[in-house]
Design a protein around this ligand. Structure first.
Ligand code: FNR
Length: 182
């Protein structure tokens, strides 16, 4: 079986370090795992009036999440929280009420920042949101990454990311087994 992971990157910046991190993680993905980045840049601002008539971008987002066995959030920290574009995407796929695409999907969070605490505060905020959305979220290892020259070319980085991915893969598989045996 191939496990599909929907990867949601919380930055739209062309040279985003977080997208670079998402690309690196996809290349290191364990076998049986396919990492697919989900576009959030074309989403309109969430407006509850549009729930009955969602745009094509919203439909695509919800389909991508629904078809995945897990979700990986790769996000910067903006002003000690999650970027608005990420929260907008989360809100879109959580609605209409009772039809959230996120519910029950196992998730993990990673983030890279230029700052020393490596997105830790944004990740705590995101954990609160994911708990409300009923997404079981990997607790360890925590992935608070600070970008420094050579970070992505470093062998230690790759080993650290690999350990995280192996643990996340196990978490997703365990969750899939539990669901299958219900
Ligand atoms: C930031 N940055 C930032 N960094 C951090 O560690 N904590 C923070 O609260 C913030 N706040 C913040 C707000 C806004 C509006 C911007 C644009 C930036 C810096 C941030 O870590 C840096 O720009 C990263 O490079 C953003 O991630 P990407 O776009 O490279 O993935």
């Amino acid at each position: 079986m191939t496990y599909r992971i929907a990867v949601v990157v919380g930055s739209l910046r062309r040279e985003s370090f977080n997208r670079q991190l998402a690309d690196t993680l996809a290349k290191l993905a364990p076998k049986e795992f396919e990492f697919v980045q989900v576009g959030i840049g074309d989403l309109p601002l969430y407006n509850q009036d549009d729930d009955a008539n969602p745009s094509e971008a919203v439909k695509q987002l919800k389909t991508a999440i629904a078809g995945a066995q897990g979700v990986l959030f790769v996000t910067p920290e903006y002003n000690r929280s999650v970027p608005g574009v990420l929260k907008n995407a989360i809100d879109h796929a959580s609605r209409p009420y009772g039809q959230s695409a996120w519910a029950g999907k196992p998730a993990a969070i990673v983030g890279i920042s230029v700052g020393a605490i490596g997105t830790a505060v944004a990740q705590q905020h995101l954990r609160t949101i994911l708990a409300y959305l009923d997404m079981p979220t990997l607790g360890q290892p925590e992935m608070f990454l600070q970008n420094k020259p050579g970070f992505f070319d470093n062998e230690d980085t790759k080993q650290f990311l690999q350990k995280f991915l192996d643990r996340f893969a196990q978490f997703v598989k365990e969750h899939a087994d539990r669901v299958a045996n219900r």
